[in-house]
Design a protein around this ligand. Structure first.
Ligand SMILES: [Zn+2]
Length: 321
């Protein structure tokens, strides 16, 4: 029997842009748009942008839709579709986004925290398809996480579970954006990583990184570090190794806590590729309890382009099957 393809709208609500697309039940993006979030204009404006984007793609695709999935920053309450305190969204103490979008379009709306949506995206369409349980880690501006147990997203009591980025790896470490100290994010979140390289570079005057950024720190990105390491630069290689060590130590704790040893890693910094993954496996394996030692598996995320849109649309298929 041939399954008829189904469709869902995925909305990836980010701090700088809102990406919206229609994704088939096979995981193909049919049409997409991107709008500026302009979060500083407050919730009413952002909601208007979301509605505008969804209307524009629906106008061109009059197909039988199963629903709308939204991946949003902050803590999400499923019952009401409420988004609470997303970082960098002024005025969003509590916004009933799910309700508002449902009313506008008359379709079921499934809303989740964006890191959780990324985990569901890998479960439905990506590298997590063949695993019962895994932890998804997204290495971006922040370090996000999502926990899948027995094919189900573990949300915790209030929907805030899976914050791998805020595991303390150094009791006396640097201050993190969340208010705590020594979180893994305070070492390997994009901004922190770039800042620490900026501080260290003057002590590595021969590093290729100096040349690649043309002596201008504004050009410093994780991608540059990757390029320099590939060209054999020792300092860049050491940055990637350290990143793997920080992440590997945090993941060892996660493994010990949950007895889950499969990790899927996505996001920009994951572009460091094999050298990063090798170091994460090495560190995590050496730190987990003995019975788990040979089981640690670290896989790259499969959803790359449109990962946010696909993860959001996967929320619909996760619920409707
Ligand atoms: Zn933190």
């Amino acid at each position: 029997m041939v399954n008829k393809l189904r469709y869902a709208v995925g909305v990836d609500l980010g701090g700088t842009s809102i990406k919206i697309g229609i994704v088939s039940s096979e995981g193909k993006t049919l049409k997409k748009v991107s709008l500026n979030t302009e979060a500083e204009k407050g919730p009413d404006y952002v909601i208007k942008q979301i509605k505008k984007g969804i209307h524009s793609i629906l106008a061109a695709n009059k197909i039988n839709l199963k629903g709308i999935g939204i991946g949003a920053p902050g803590v999400v309450t499923l019952k009401t579709g409420t988004v609470e305190n997303p970082p960098n969204f002024p005025g969003w103490e509590k916004v009933e986004l799910g309700k508002i979008i449902k009313k506008e379009f008359g379709l079921p709306v499934h809303i989740e925290n964006d890191a959780n949506a990324a985990a569901v995206g890998e479960l439905i369409f990506g590298a997590g398809k063949k695993y019962n349980s895994f932890i998804m880690v997204t290495l971006g501006t922040g370090v996000g996480g999502g926990v899948i147990i027995d094919k189900k997203l573990y949300r915790g009591e209030f929907g805030a579970a899976g914050e791998v980025g805020h595991i303390t790896i150094d009791f006396n470490g640097p201050k993190c954006n969340c208010g705590s100290f020594g979180c893994v994010e305070a070492y390997i979140g994009n901004q922190y990583l770039v800042n620490s390289i900026r501080n260290e570079l003057p002590s590595h005057p021969d590093s290729l990184v100096n040349k690649l950024i043309e002596q201008d720190y504004i050009n410093l990105t994780p991608k540059i570090i990757d390029t320099a390491a590939e060209l054999g630069d020792e300092y860049a290689a050491s940055v990637i190794k350290d990143t793997g060590r920080y992440l590997g130590s945090a993941l060892a704790s996660v493994s010990n806590l949950l007895d889950i040893s499969t990790f899927i890693i996505g996001g920009g910094v994951a572009g460091f590729g094999k050298p990063l993954f090798d170091e994460v496996i090495k560190t995590a394996s050496s730190r987990v309890l003995k019975p788990l030692q040979n089981r640690v598996k670290v896989l790259p995320a499969k959803l790359k382009n449109d990962a946010g849109i696909k993860g959001a649309s996967a929320l619909v298929y996760y619920v409707t099957g």
